[in-house]
Design a protein around this ligand. Structure first.
Ligand SMILES: Nc1nc2c(ncn2[C@@H]2O[C@H](COP(=O)(O)OP(=O)(O)OP(=O)(O)O)[C@@H](O)[C@H]2O)c(=O)[nH]1
Length: 366
């Protein structure tokens, strides 16, 4: 428990920040282990120990300072606030120095730098990975050259040439592998967003009416069921208004089916524009629409329906240079506790039927 509190404090609880700080922490741990190996070698007599302590302090101290700088937030205004690139370059340089001071064990430093490259360049863009590779080859080339010139008995010059060539081949292969991984990641990313788009389209197809863009009947039934559930649990009122275009068949017959479609789009646009953000409008089928009015009583729902009816009466449908007038009849009902959605809908439907029978272009409450 105490250790998890300490880790939360050290690495924070913000997921993105924590991930970056964990990476920086791992780099520091790896460096500490490499330092430990060199000290054991020194103890075993493989390494003569010259420069070992300054290198130890510089290597661990440098990475620790960078960890603290990014953890404290000092670097948050930088383009690379977690100092990933400076840490990588620093660890590689430190590896090159280790190569030079590791005596007869210097070959192991190449393995350690392979580890650093593997972790540090994962996901780097192609150009940057190329620069890191060139930098790595350069600093290790300098270390090999300086070893061959300064201590030829330990750094056999011919072996250093062999090491250098093998190292260049390794780094080139590494960059190529990194590029392969980057390509696969890009492909996965593209497939992931294509899948998300497809899911969004499928969702729209399943819940939207194609002609008007309103919710379809299935989506409205789900909303009504959810509202019913909420009302049962929290005792909040809600109402349904069923709206039907009067003599719609005549509009189709007189002006054509396309004009009828335009009329349906106009009605849906007006209704959707008039309801509150918390209400929902759906095309129920044909020339019928259902409005779910949340948290209102029958009186307020009737007033809203009357306002809609009057607005639609005043709104002409423009189609192909002609103006089509239309009216609507609306049946309104308030949900009664303990009844099911089908019963509420049936009462609204009966109110609509009465509005039609009474001469159309009116609102009835049932
Ligand atoms: N243009 C068009 N017409 C549709 C669509 N869906 C249904 N209709 C037509 O809507 C008409 C509905 O007619 P009816 O049910 O007789 O009702 P009405 O003519 O509106 O008469 P009342 O409802 O009694 O006022 C039919 O002619 C259907 O073909 C559609 O998507 N586009």
């Amino acid at each position: 428990m105490a250790s998890s509190n300490f880790l939360d404090w050290l690495l924070t609880r913000e997921p993105e920040r924590r991930l970056r700080l964990v990476n920086a922490g791992l780099a520091l741990i790896m460096m500490t282990l490499a330092v430990l190996v060199l000290h054991i070698w020194c103890w075993l007599g493989v390494v003569d120990g010259v420069g070992l302590w300054p290198w130890t302090i510089a290597s661990i101290g440098g990475l620790a300072a960078m960890f603290l700088a990014s953890r404290s937030g000092w670097t948050r205004h930088l383009a690379d606030p977690y100092l990933a690139m400076p840490q990588l370059l620093y660890a590689i340089a430190s590896g090159a120095v280790a190569y030079r001071i590791a005596g007869t064990g210097h070959g192991a430093s190449l393995l350690l730098v392979a580890l650093v490259l593997m972790f540090g360049t994962f996901g780097l863009p192609r150009r940057r990975a190329g620069w890191v590779a060139a930098y790595t080859v350069t600093v290790f080339g300098i270390a090999m050259y300086s070893g061959a010139v300064g201590q030829p008995s330990i750094f056999d010059p011919r072996a250093q040439v062999g090491y250098f060539v093998a190292f260049v081949v390794f780094v080139c292969g590494f960059v190529a592998a990194n590029e392969r991984i980057a390509t696969i990641r890009r492909r996965v990313h593209i497939q992931k967003s294509a899948l998300a788009d497809a899911l969004q389209r499928i969702h729209a197809l399943a819940t939207r009416d194609e002609l008007t863009g309103l919710l379809n009947r299935r989506a409205m039934v789900e909303l009504l069921e959810a509202e019913h559930q909420r009302a049962e649990e929290m005792d909040v009122p809600w109402c349904i208004a069923i709206l039907d275009v009067d003599h719609f068949k005549r509009i189709n017959d007189r002006f054509g089916h396309a004009a009828g479609d335009e009329a349906l789009r106009t009605v849906s646009g007006v209704c959707a524009g008039m309801v509150r953000g918390c209400d929902s409008v759906a095309r129920w089928g044909g020339e019928e629409f259902v409005v779910l009015l949340r948290e209102v009583d029958a009186q307020s729902a009737q007033a809203a329906a009357e306002w809609m009816r009057a607005t639609l009466e005043r709104t002409p449908v423009r189609f192909d240079g002609t103006i089509v007038d239309l009216t609507v009849s609306i049946g309104v009902t308030a949900y009664i506790r303990d009844e099911d959605v089908a019963s509420t809908l049936a009462r609204a439907d009966r109110a609509l039927y009465r509005a039609k029978s009474a001469g159309r272009n009116r609102v009835h409450v049932g």
